[in-house]
Design a protein around this ligand. Structure first.
Ligand code: COA
Length: 249
């Protein structure tokens, strides 16, 4: 888990408006001045944020914060209070209100993320993935949309967009996906389910279960208590070291 302040938020601060005014193209300058005064005339800056967001959507250019390596294409639909960290690439996707997106995340065209989600660093969310509200996506989670990937046709000609089958995946409300999971395409992860770190999900997951492994298997229901942990105690490891010493002598 990582918790820090996002570099970009649709709850825009006066400082961010100054930054946007600097990197926005010249034709934005009049609007920037209006925004600037709005930001300072109101304590909360929602109005300014809304106008900025409307302006951004009305333009064809991507918002590109070079200082923090954040690229948000003009066709991205951002909700309110979306927090975005540095080194992020978003295009053609939809992000709901209050969702936070960590660094080194790419969200492709056609992906939809609901409200109040947490997308941790290094995750890749591709076309045709739908993540409903309040979901947790751990670090380095990879989604897949092409079950039989190939770069070229049998005759060696390149496979272009539309010449392969893009298979949708659905992550239902409040599901949580542990770090470094791979979610194969065509699956639905049920509401409130929890996927263990490093798992490979190959089939539909029912609601409210804990799954782990490769291929992922159900461990228990979310509302069942976890098993008592049998951790290795230092005492035990010392005695087993003594035993192995005896055996070797
Ligand atoms: C899946 C998870 C929730 C299970 O927790 P739990 O209910 O306390 O389960 P336990 O630790 O008692 O493990 C139960 C069994 O599953 C196995 N197991 C647990 N997590 C596993 C995982 N991620 N992959 C494979 N097997 C796993 C254990 O080895 C154990 O096997 P055993 O019965 O043969 O000894 C937890 O291990 C996990 O992976 N959480 C995700 C953490 C994460 O990625 N956070 C992201 C942000 S930091």
């Amino acid at each position: 888990m990582s918790e820090s302040q996002p570099y970009y938020s649709t709850k825009i601060s006066p400082r961010q408006i100054v930054r946007f005014s600097l990197f926005c193209p010249a034709r934005f300058s009049v609007e920037s001045i209006i925004l600037f005064s709005l930001a300072f005339s109101r304590n909360g800056t929602f109005l300014a944020a809304e106008i900025f967001s409307a302006m951004a959507h009305s333009q064809r250019d991507a918002a590109y914060d070079r200082e923090n390596f954040i690229r948000i294409a003009a066709d991205v639909k951002l909700g309110k209070d979306v927090g975005i960290f540095c080194h992020v690439n978003l295009y053609g996707c939809e992000i709901g209100d209050d969702t936070k997106i960590g660094p080194f995340v790419e969200i492709q065209r056609g992906a939809t993320i609901g409200r109040k989600c947490k997308i941790q660093s290094h995750s890749f969310i591709c076309d045709a993935v739908t993540i409903e509200d309040e979901c947790f996506i751990g670090h380095g989670v990879t989604f897949i949309n092409d079950r039989y990937p190939a770069a070229v046709h049998p005759d060696g000609s390149p496979i272009k967009g539309g010449e392969w089958e893009c298979v949708p995946t659905y992550i239902r409300k409040r599901a949580a996906i542990g770090s470094n999971c791979v979610i194969l395409c065509g699956v639905t992860i049920g509401e409130g389910s929890l996927i263990g770190a490093g798992s490979v999900v190959t089939k539909d997951v029912p609601a409210g279960v804990v799954l782990a492994g490769n291929p992922a298997r159900v461990l228990r229901r979310v509302d069942e208590p976890p098993k008592k942990k049998k951790n290795f105690s230092p005492q035990k490891s010392r005695s087993s070291r003594r035993k192995s010493k005896k055996r070797s002598s």
